[in-house]
Design a protein around this ligand. Structure first.
Ligand SMILES: Cc1cc2nc3c(=O)[nH]c(=O)nc-3n(C[C@H](O)[C@H](O)[C@H](O)COP(=O)(O)OP(=O)(O)OC[C@H]3O[C@@H](n4cnc5c(N)ncnc54)[C@H](O)[C@@H]3O)c2cc1C
Length: 419
């Protein structure tokens, strides 16, 4: 006999784990399906453990479950709790919060279990179809296929895999932002390195075809930041859409080829003879693959004007931050005082039944997405989708038909900050 859940969440990244915890805490029987063996997605698997941004212009704008997990991680590891009263926001990276990924993941497990969530690691959906007013999910676990049923599905896969499987529309840009494969590099003294000599050797190696400019620094070629950041978030893996397993496979291989080229090059430079790549991220960090076609779509005009939607369920704060394969970074700071919002309609696939999506796949144009894809808004969107999913399962109403005040009140009860 197959199990039936109120809410099934696909993907346990920043969005998915907050969605599942929220749904569970709201009393929904919740299952969380994750292809890896750890929660956190990009935060834990890809070395991007500095979620941003919870504050804007001197006050906290994102709270709730995501902030609770980050704050508990900081407390557990004795790290400083950031001061949200700083009003200067142009150096946005100074507001990202370095968060220990190992402790974060362990605390996330505990919060999920405490919320009564059934966690299924090493599991992926292979089919999602409507069956008797429920969603039938055919899952692939290590021992093979099995079915379970859910009243509501929340896609937090980062790639809209579940939305696509269920037959709803998605947007897939012709070319998307590059991925990044991080390493942890040690075995050198940064202040002993001859950077002009390294740069000219690098340019020579590019000419000879031994390395690609984007192997070390985001389309612009040689990047001292590689050494300062110990190889974290320092390359671009270009020209691949990693939405499905075939694309993902190409990206992982291209990422490791890039790492090998740069390792071979650096190792023969003076001062880097003892260079070691101690640890490589479990998988390539993926910035962009697909977005859903939602009941509402956040455009860059909505975003930069700080439009407050009538169904706003959270804030998001980050500059527009599009990594262009050829031009490098297109960064546009928000005007003073502007704090954009996200509508629930951008988390509901158009004309769907019992379906939500959250995280970087929200319905948005490319520039708005380049800002809203970061971790703190993904956590807030995930929590909002979890609240709407729990209410939808409880009342039998489709997410689009829920009274928005009911969703907002549930979120407030669970510590979220609402526009
Ligand atoms: C290189 C890089 C640098 C970045 N820098 C920053 C930064 O400085 N600050 C910041 O805040 N954000 C940054 N971001 C953005 C941010 O990390 C991500 O956009 C955000 O974490 C996305 O969260 P998510 O939950 O939507 O998706 P993900 O983190 O991608 O999580 C998706 C989860 O779903 C799982 N999954 C995927 N497909 C399936 C499937 N079919 N079945 C089951 N499980 C599945 C994955 O394993 C994963 O756990 C960066 C991103 C990248 C790639």
């Amino acid at each position: 006999m197959s199990e039936t859940f109120d809410v099934a969440v696909i993907g346990a990244g920043c969005a998915g784990l907050c969605a599942a915890i929220q749904a569970g805490r709201a009393g929904a029987e919740t299952v969380l399906i994750e292809k890896n063996g750890i929660c956190g997605g990009t935060l834990t698997m890809c070395g991007i453990n500095y979620p941003g941004i919870f504050n804007a212009w001197g006050k906290q704008v994102i709270g709730g479950i995501g902030w609770e997990l980050v704050r508990k991680t900081l407390e557990e590891t004795g790290a400083e709790i950031p001061n949200f009263s700083k009003e200067e926001m142009t150096c946005h990276w100074q507001h990202q919060i370095r968060t220990n990924p190992v402790v974060f993941a362990a605390l996330a497990d505990q919060a999920l279990l405490d919320a009564g969530v059934s966690i299924r690691f090493h599991t992926m959906p292979g089919g999602i179809v409507r069956d008797g007013g429920l969603w039938k999910l055919t899952l692939c676990g290590k021992d093979g296929l099995y079915d379970l049923f859910a009243r509501v599905v929340i896609d937090c896969s980062g790639d809209a895999n579940a939305v696509k499987m269920a037959g709803y529309a998605v947007n897939q840009p012709e070319s998307c932002q590059p991925g990044t494969l991080s390493v942890y590099a040690i075995g050198y003294e940064e202040d002993q390195l001859d950077f002009p000599a390294l740069e000219s050797a690098f340019n020579e190696a590019v000419k000879k075809g031994e390395v690609l400019p984007e192997d070390m620094g985001w389309a612009k070629g040689f990047n001292r930041g590689f050494f300062h950041g110990h190889g974290g978030n320092s390359n671009h893996i270009c020209g691949i859409n990693a939405a499905d397993s075939a694309g993902r496979t190409r990206m992982e291989i291209a990422g490791r080829e890039s790492i090998l080229r740069i390792y071979r090059f650096l190792h023969r430079q003076p001062g880097l003879e003892n260079l070691e790549f101690r640890f490589g991220s479990g998988e390539c960090g993926v910035r962009e693959t697909r977005t859903i076609v939602g009941e509402k779509t956040v455009t860059v005009e909505d975003y930069v004007s700080g439009r407050v939607y009538d169904d706003a369920i959270c804030y998001g704060f980050y500059p527009v931050d599009l990594h262009d394969e050829k031009l490098g970074l297109d960064k546009r700071d928000l005007a003073p005082g502007v704090v954009p919002t996200v509508p629930l309609g951008a988390l509901i696939p158009r004309k769907s039944e019992g379906f939500l999506a959250a995280g970087r796949i929200l319905s948005s144009d490319r520039l708005a997405n380049s800002a809203l894809r970061v971790q703190a808004p993904c956590m807030a969107m995930g929590q909002a989708a979890g609240a709407a999913g729990a209410l939808s399962a409880e009342t039998g109403r489709n997410p689009i038909d829920l009274p928005i005040d009911d969703v907002r009140n549930l979120l407030l009860k669970h510590g979220a900050i609402l526009p």
